[in-house]
Structures are given as structure tokens and as C-alpha cells.
Ligand binder design. Structure first.
Ligand SMILES: Cc1cc2nc3c(=O)[nH]c(=O)nc-3n(C[C@H](O)[C@H](O)[C@H](O)COP(=O)(O)OP(=O)(O)OC[C@H]3O[C@@H](n4cnc5c(N)ncnc54)[C@H](O)[C@@H]3O)c2cc1C
Length: 429
């Protein structure tokens, strides 16, 4: 079943956004080199890259720009992978192929902040660093090793002791961790809208309320059908992430979409000063992740997942509030007036995938919750793929989409894994 996101009216980011963007639906037949489907960061950054390489590009968004995960994220800019460190990547892809992939991932924040600068995007971008505090001594050792592996790739990373982590976070209980000075945070909705403006300025024809309903090939290439128009293009790029429908059924079956929620406090005034005093972003080492950052007005924006989704607007703030108070005992408990959710595309091994068919259909998928920087870095890889660069030279080795085993069951039961994650987090040493 295909479902497009609505506009997340309760998202704090939407309310704070200084950027705006509106586009008309497609109501005629147009022809271009590349049709990009999906108006999140991935589709927009790819469209911009292709346009700058001289291609004519049309971008179709089913709902509004930023309605998907891109407008709903926590906004942490993290130029590292969810699970794999450099050594694990080298074991998977030895030689230049792994090194190229690592350089691409490590460069993601440079690309993102570069786009902010190039298009003057007003998204409260703060390149203040990203922290991964370790919740156990064992994890502290593992992430200290990660920090030195990423440093060897050229990333500005360092391990932090427990005392240093306390200084950086203001939180109790962490055993150490690592810091990536290249990371930071943004208002992801404003960033996405700013990218849409940048794409239009580069000549991309952007259409909202224009779902791609079908893809068909004829002798002239692809015909992408929307409710009231058609795009004819030599290449199609799907950038539909967790909202991927039946346009490419194998792609949809290659990921599990997982819902994650966000909640934000009121501005905390002086009480915010002791929390993340250097204004970094934080995601810890738990499998049931704790993560937070502050916004420009001193609100804490955090989130989590729920096993049972009914009543999420009431229960999620309670969960977030109790976790924040465990981390920051002096934090006054107060209302969390902003609650919203979004969908993340997860792969079984937590690695992104690039797919390219000889008939001109391409996609990458599987941000695994860390897509803001990666979507920006992958734009050049997608453009390389469209331009026909050989597989061996692409920064993410392409593969054919592989269905997640027992996909319908995996989708329905994804949330049931949370209690297991929590148990593992508690038992870990
Ligand atoms: C709650 C939450 C918190 C997150 N926090 C972070 C974070 O702090 N840091 C981080 O790095 N990552 C984070 N992520 C992940 C990050 O948001 C995503 O990786 C990233 O935004 C994915 O961008 P995208 O463009 O690939 O997909 P999306 O932004 O989801 O865009 C896909 C778009 O495709 C459109 N679409 C789908 N089907 C069609 C169709 N047939 N025709 C036309 N359009 C279609 C959808 O409407 C949607 O707008 C978070 C995600 C969520 C949900």
C-alpha cells in the first residue's frame, strides 16, 4: 500500500521555519533528462546536483516539500553511519571501494553545510559538533576505537572520558564516548524548503501535490504519470525513502519503515544553559536510542520510538520527559507542547543501498535514522549513477534490491523489537 505523508502541522520545525516554498501541481506533459520522485532532502539534493551538471530535471513531490522524514527529523547532522565503523566497512568492501564510501560518508556534513551556505538557507545551522556518549564502559571502549578509526579517514573526531562527556553534555551516568567536531544541527524543515528554493534557482521544475502514480517505459524512455500530468524522461530517480510505494515493488520490500516520534519542551531559559552547554547534538549508544539537541530558543528537542503507537501524542512526551529527567535531574518537568512523528527507512544490516537498473531507473535507500548528512553526500553518487559511471567507481557499490525476509511480518512487527532492545541496553556492560 502507498501512503504519502501529511504536512506534520504540529512540527516545531515548521512553526519556526523562516524558509517557505510553494509549487504548483504538474498539470501537463513535460519532457526532461531526469525525473526525480520525492521532495525530501535526498530528492532535492540529487536534483540540484544533476541540474548543476547540465541535466534538465523535474521533481515530483506527492504532498508538500518536507512532508516526509526530512521535515520531521531531530535535525542532528551526523557524518557517520548508524552501526558500521570504518574497519567494518573495509572488511565488507576492501580496497578503494570501501575507502571511497568512507570518504563520502565522512564528507556528508561538509556537503550539507556547503548547501546551506551556497543557497543562503535560513535554517539555524549550527556546526557545533556531535556527541555519542556511551551508556556502558564496554561501549565507551568501542566508540573510542571508532573515534580513532574515523580520525584516520580524516574526520575531526576524538574520544572523550566520562568526565569530559559530563562537561559536554551536563548529563549524569555516561561512561565516556566520542565527539565529531564536523557535526552539528539544523532546522531540517527549513533546510529542506531552502533546498527546494535552491533547486528552483538551478532550473529544476519542482511540483508539489504531484504523486508519481505509475512508471512506464516506451521507445522514448520513461513516462511518469501523476494525477493530472506526465513527465517524460530518460532517467528516473526514486527518492521516496520510507514512503516508497509500489513504483518499484522490490525497492519497497527491501526496507522496513519504522515510525519515530519527536517532542519539544517550552523554551527553558536559564535551565537550558547546563544542558549541552556547547550547543552540540547528542545521540547515545543505546539500541533504544536517547538523543537530543537544543533549538535556537533553548527548547530541548528529543524523541523516541513506542511499541504501541495508540496515544503517542500523550505517551511520547511522558517517555521523553522521564528520560530527560534521568539524564538531567535538575531539569524542571514541564509541558512538551510539540509532538510529531515520521518514518525512517531501515535495512536489516543498517547499511544504505544503491540500486541502478540498465533501463535508467535508480534509487538509494536505507538512511537508518542518520540521513541528513548522508542524503546530501549521496546526491553526487546518484548523479554519477545517472551519468553512467561504472559500478566500480561509484562511492556506494550498487546492488539489486533484496527483500527483507518475511517482509509483511517484519513491517507489522518492527516495533515489537523495542522491549528486546531495552533489555539488551540494560544488560550490556
Ligand atoms: C523522527 C525522525 C527523526 C530523525 N532524526 C534524524 C537526525 O537527527 N539526523 C539524521 O541524520 N537523520 C534523522 N532522521 C532521518 C532523516 O530524516 C532521513 O534520513 C531523511 O530525511 C530522508 O530524506 P529523504 O529525502 O530520503 O526522504 P523523505 O524526507 O522521507 O522524503 C521522501 C519524499 O518522497 C515523497 N514520495 C513518496 N512517494 C512518492 C511518489 N510516488 N510520488 C512523489 N513523491 C513521493 C514523500 O511524500 C516524501 O516527501 C530522522 C527521521 C525521523 C523520522
Amino acid at each position: 500500500m502507498t501512503s504519502w505523508p501529511s504536512d506534520a502541522p504540529s512540527s516545531l520545525w515548521r512553526q519556526l521555519s523562516a524558509e517557505s516554498f510553494d509549487a504548483e501541481p504538474l498539470t501537463r506533459e513535460i519532457a526532461c533528462d531526469v525525473a526525480v520522485v520525492g521532495g525530501g532532502i535526498s530528492g532535492l539534493a540529487t536534483a540540484i546536483e544533476l541540474a548543476r551538471r547540465g541535466k534538465s530535471v523535474a521533481l515530483l513531490e506527492a504532498a508538500r516539500i518536507g512532508a516526509g522524514a526530512s521535515g520531521r527529523a531531530n535535525g542532528q547532522v551526523i557524518p557517520a553511519l548508524t552501526r558500521h565503523g570504518p574497519n567494518a566497512i573495509r572488511a565488507l568492501w576492501p580496497g578503494e571501494s570501501g575507502e571511497r564510501f568512507l570518504r563520502m560518508v565522512a564528507g556528508g556534513a561538509d556537503v550539507l553545510f556547503g548547501l546551506v551556505e551556497r543557497y543562503g538557507i535560513d535554517c539555524d545551522a549550527r556546526r557545533t559538533g556531535w556527541l555519542q556518549p556511551a551508556h556502558t564502559p564496554g561501549r565507551a571502549k568501542r566508540v573510542a576505537a571508532l573515534a580513532s578509526q574515523w580520525a584516520a579517514v580524516g574526520a575531526p573526531t576524538s574520544a572523550l572520558s566520562a568526565a569530559e562527556m559530563r562537561q559536554h553534555t551536563g548529563a549524569e551516568g555516561y561512561q565516556g564516548g566520542w565527539r565529531h567536531a564536523g557535526g552539528g544541527h539544523i532546522n531540517p524543515y527549513a533546510f529542506t524548503l531552502g533546498l527546494a528554493r535552491g533547486a528552483s534557482d538551478e532550473g529544476v521544475a519542482v511540483f508539489e501535490h504531484s504523486p508519481a502514480l505509475s512508471l512506464r517505459r516506451d521507445t522514448f524512455g520513461w513516462r511518469v504519470q501523476t494525477p493530472s500530468g506526465t513527465v517524460r524522461a530518460a532517467h528516473v530517480v526514486l527518492a521516496t525513502a520510507a514512503h516508497t510505494g509500489t513504483l518499484w515493488p522490490e525497492l519497497r520490500r527491501s526496507i522496513v519503515p519504522v515510525t519515530s516520534y519527536q517532542a519539544a519542551t517550552e523554551p527553558l531559559g536559564a535551565a537550558a544553559e547546563a544542558i549541552l552547554p556547547f550547543d552540540e547534538a547528542l545521540s547515545d549508544t543505546r539500541m533504544d536510542l536517547r538523543y537530543l539537541r537544543k533549538d535556537r530558543d533553548g527548547r530541548i528537542v528529543s524523541g523516541g520510538a513506542l511499541t504501541i503507537q495508540a496515544g503517542a501524542e500523550r505517551r511520547l512526551p511522558q517517555l521523553v520527559q522521564s528520560r530527560l529527567q534521568a539524564m538531567f535531574p535538575a531539569l524542571p518537568s514541564g509541558p512538551m507542547p510539540h509532538v510529531w512523528g515520521g518514518r525512517i527507512a531501515m535495512t536489516v544490516d543498517r547499511l544504505p543501498r544503491l540500486h541502478r537498473r540498465p533501463d535508467g531507473l535508480s534509487a538509494w535507500i536505507g538512511c537508518n535514522g542518520r540521513g541528513l548528512a548522508l542524503c546530501c553526500a549521496m546526491a553526487a553518487v546518484m548523479a554519477d549513477a545517472v551519468e553512467g559511471r561504472p559500478d566500480a567507481e561509484l562511492a556506494l557499490p550498487p546492488s539489486a534490491p533484496r527483500a527483507v525476509p518475511l517482509h509483511p511480518l517484519a513491517v507489522r512487527s518492527a516495533r515489537l523489537i523495542l522491549p528486546w532492545y531495552r533489555l539488551k541496553d540494560r544488560r550490556e556492560i
